[in-house]
Design a binder for this molecule. Structure first.
Ligand code: B3K
Ligand code: ZN
Length: 871
């Protein structure tokens, strides 16, 4: 496969002013007629170069220019493009193609999901529908006529429906017109036998917008939460960003077969059903919150993505990083802000840091790719959002809003670049962001090494900060980053010390050099620093805290995030010692300082319940792994599972106390207060079942059988399955299956709980699940629930044995690549990180990865990830 470089970007040779599409839908032979108004881009010259259109797996039926058919010797048809002669600077092009939605399992382009037609065009799926300049800087006005048998009563596309009617052969049609020019990746079409719920929303300027949510009839009762979330998003974007919706109708469609969470097609968002459908009985709190976040995310794209889109795919973070930042702030406003921040940082540390340290590491604006689908990454999304957050923190809230207004005004209707965004922020704030731009160019997670000194005589305190960034593929040397470093200083009573004449107790230090010292005077006693408050930059922080200091921060830091983080650091310290003891063959013993600190968390009377629950969660194995240079999976697993068990034993009275206190019947609500209660209760339960005591298992069993909501039910099931009690687990799993086998989203949870269990998720069990009659290789949700849960979220079982898990993954990925390359390329990542592991894990992983390559005939997607993994 060919590598595409950012430095090779050239503006398009031709514009497409209008795009008129007609779809005649049939599963095995859909006819797509495309009429394009083409115009030479005169900025590129006055000559008339050949018009090159993208097209993949299309059957070309006919081409005509200004009504004149071309014969086959007048054009050149390549594997992935069509080259046409041009003799006039403006002309009308008419192309007829035939495609087969029913055999499209890549879920890119036009495909069938449970008998309903739908599309996914981002990034380069439109070229699987018709020949087109399938690049985001070509923006066109689309009119789409959808023709289908009447057994597909609902026919949708972008914009407003302007005409509908009946046709012969029991067919009908609807024509849609989208007044906003858009790139092809935002095109969408849906046809099916769907029901809908309708609402209206009145925008701040009094425009009425019709909101419609479409699903298969059996799911129609699961739409309330998504609809409510949509209204909240629309209001929030008006209030916080001044952004108003711009069409008369906004539609969301839920589909079962979908590669990602959702897609922001103009006026017609298409969602993975798991990200839209929820009822208390079938969806967990996490699902409710995920739905709210994703509905918001896709809605926010209407401005950050659609009205202002990306010039090229290297700019992906322009829309994704910004939009993730927007949805994170939205979720923080709707729920517990502290918990949202903690969850985002956990995701970053557990998964994005690993990406940044692995063979696919790339800056948030990559410089090259073979397959762009591989760059819809945690780096582009989550780290991209952190970069926007840093800008927000550097320029301040008001200037940020001014900058965002300027960006939207200036680039409305355009395909923009990351540079345009930074420039707008710079202009609106007057702050120099020159060095800050390195965040866009350089990959890798920077490391901040901090030490301090105190001059008692002068009452002066010094923080010495050293920054570095490890080499990443293609980038050996790095320039220093501009890192906003939020800090506070605590006195011995745990109070914040004023840091300047204005009495500020928190400062954001601008770390810009490789080594830098910050001095504070008038400091009466040696303070304890609270560093990187609120996770003010996506970096790793090293400071030699003692266990006692961390315990002190856990109970005194005025920054809620850092209280939690001190707990994480303390647990990591303890886990490191336990790993060392394990390797030395010593007996593992619980560090009472950690037990005391956790007890204090359980007993504190002022702590938010949701944060409390988070503070009781040990760092995930991936986070522990991330903090060591050579991962010793066995020691990590042994240390962490010992610690969990030991904490359960040490804290039994407090855990059981909280459980009892929170074990009250009440109607379900996804309010943050109720979510917090369930979260703490179920965290306690997860610990308690580890004790070999029948009463706690009975408790779990009772909760499993009696709870009226899926949060409590699934948590109890997971607790049972993780308890190691085979009999109870089996009978609960069977009962769950009996009850829920007909609901695919709940069935997915049944799969994921088993494949993800440290005790139950053995390789054999995973193999059995793949043989389950309801498992489908063509369903990304099913694949993720079994193989994703095992290879990406079940560290213990995936790394067990002598690499059998890796071999299994290799075989599975080879098979899946023929069906769905995008998902295959994602799933293979765990074994591409072999370099980070100790022997012999490293050799096992490498051998499995090499086997994938040796299978040959890989898709572009999988080839890129595997070849970079082996390089
Ligand atoms: N923009 C889409 C991502 C589509 C990715 C396709 N490979 C979803 C989102 O980020 O909102
Ligand atoms: Zn997005």
């Amino acid at each position: 496969p060919r590598t595409i470089y950012l430095k090779d970007y050239r503006a398009p040779d031709y514009w497409i002013d209008e795009t008129h599409l007609t779809f005649d839908l049939q599963p095995d032979a859909t006819l797509v007629e495309s009429r394009l108004k083409v115009r030479r881009n005169l900025d590129q010259g006055n000559d008339l170069p050949k018009l090159v259109l993208d097209g993949v797996e299309l059957e070309l039926v006919s081409v005509a220019i200004d009504g004149q058919s071309l014969s086959a010797d007048e054009y050149v048809l390549y594997d992935e493009s069509l080259e046409l002669p041009v003799s006039r600077p403006a002309f009308e092009l008419q192309i007829l193609t035939r495609i087969k939605p029913e055999s499209n399992t890549s879920l890119e382009g036009l495909y069938l999901s449970n008998g309903m037609y739908c599309t996914q065009c981002e990034a380069e799926g439109f070229r699987k529908i018709t020949f087109y300049p399938d690049r985001p800087d070509v923006m066109s006005r689309f009119t789409t006529k959808v023709i289908a048998p009447r057994s597909y009563p609902v026919l949708l596309s972008n914009g407003n429906d302007i005409e509908r009617g009946e046709l012969d052969n029991d067919r009908h049609f609807v024509t849609w017109q989208d007044p906003f020019p858009k790139p092809s990746y935002l095109f969408a079409l849906v046809a099916g036998d769907l029901e809908h719920v309708d609402e209206t929303f009145t925008t701040k300027n009094g425009r009425e917008v019709k909101l419609q949510l479409f699903t298969e009839p059996r799911n129609i009762h699961k739409c309330d939460h998504a609809m409510r979330s949509l209204k909240h998003s629309m209001r929030w974007d008006e209030e916080v960003y001044g952004r108003e919706y711009d069409l008369d109708i906004f539609m969301i469609v839920a589909v079962d077969h979908f590669n990602m969470g959702a897609m922001e097609n103009k006026g017609l968002n298409i969602f993975n059903s798991s990200c839209v459908l929820a009822s208390p009985e079938t969806a967990t709190d996490a699902a409710f919150q995920r739905i709210e976040a994703i509905v918001g995310h896709e809605y926010f794209h209407n401005w950050s993505g659609n009205r202002v889109t990306c010039r090229d795919w290297f700019q992906l973070s322009l829309k994704e990083g910004f939009t993730v930042f927007r949805d994170a702030e939205f979720s923080a406003d709707m729920n517990s802000a502290a918990v949202k921040r903690i969850e985002d940082v956990v995701l970053l540390r557990a998964s994005q840091f690993a990406e940044d340290a692995g063979p696919m590491a790339h800056p948030i604006r990559p410089e090259s790719y073979m397959e762009i689908s591989n760059f819809y990454t945690l780096t582009v999304y989550e780290k991209g959002a952190e970069v926007v957050r840093m800008i927000h923190n550097i320029v301040g809230k008001e200037a940020f809003r001014k900058g965002s207004d300027l960006y939207f005004d200036r680039h409305d209707g355009q395909a923009a670049t990351c540079e345009d965004f930074v420039a707008a922020m710079e202009e609106a704030s007057g702050k120099d962001l020159e060095q800050f731009r390195n965040w866009y160019n350089q990959a890798g997670t920077p490391l901040l090494e901090v030490s301090d000194s105190f001059d008692e005589q002068k009452s002066e305190y010094h923080l010495h900060v050293k920054q570095s960034c490890p080499p990443t593929p293609g980038q050996k040397e790095k320039q220093p980053f501009h890192i906003p470093f939020a800090i506070g200083l605590l006195d011995s009573a745990g109070k914040d010390i004023p840091l300047n004449a204005q009495g500020d107790t928190q400062l954001v230090l601008d770390v810009t050099q490789t080594e830098q010292t910050f001095s504070f005077d008038g400091v009466g006693e040696r303070p304890l620093p609270s560093l990187l408050r609120g996770f003010s930059a996506p970096v790793k922080l090293r400071y030699d805290y003692s266990a006692e200091q961390l315990a002190f921060l856990m109970s005194h830091d005025s920054d809620g995030f850092n209280r939690w983080d001190a707990g994480q650091r303390l647990a990591l310290l303890v886990l490191e010692d336990l790993q060392a003891a394990y390797r030395a063959g010593e007996q593992l013993v619980l560090d009472t300082r950690l037990a005391d600190a956790y007890r204090a968390v359980l007993e504190a009377d002022d702590l938010d319940l949701a944060v409390r629950a988070k503070m009781l969660e040990l760092p995930a194995e991936q986070i522990i792994a991330e903090s060591s240079d050579a991962i010793d999976a066995e020691a990590i697993i042994a240390a962490r599972s010992f610690l969990k068990q030991a904490l359960a034993e040490a804290l039994e009275p407090q855990l059981s106390n909280w459980y009892t206190r929170l074990d009250v019947e009440k109607p379900y609500s996804p309010s943050s207060a109720d979510i917090a209660e369930r979260s703490l209760k179920n965290t306690c339960l997860a610990y308690l079942v580890l004790l070999q005591k029948p009463e706690y298992r009975t408790l779990a069993n009772k909760q499993f059988a009696q709870s009226g909501n899926m949060t409590d039910c699934a948590a109890a099931l997971a607790a049972l399955v993780n308890s190691g009690d085979e009999v109870l687990s089996r009978s609960a799993l069977d009962a769950f299956y009996e009850k829920w086998q007909e609901d695919p989203l709940v069935f997915d949870q049944w799969l994921a709980i088993q494949a993800g269990s440290a005790r139950f998720g053995t390789l054999q069990r995973v193999r059995d699940l793949l043989e389950h009659p309801a498992f489908e290789l063509t369903s990304p949700n099913k694949v993720r629930s079994v193989v994703g849960a095992f290879a990406m979220r079940n560290f213990t079982q995936f790394h067990a044995g002598e690499g059998e898990g890796f071999d299994f993954l290799a075989d599975f990925v080879i098979r899946l690549d023929k069906v769905n390359p995008q998902i295959a390329a994602r799933l293979v990542t765990p074994i591409t990180r072999w370099r980070k592991y100790q022997s012999p894990m490293q050799e096992f992983m490498h051998a499995s990865l090499a086997r994938v390559m040796a299978a040959g005939n890989l898709s572009k997607d999988l080839y890129e990830v595997v070849s970079k993994g082996l390089a």
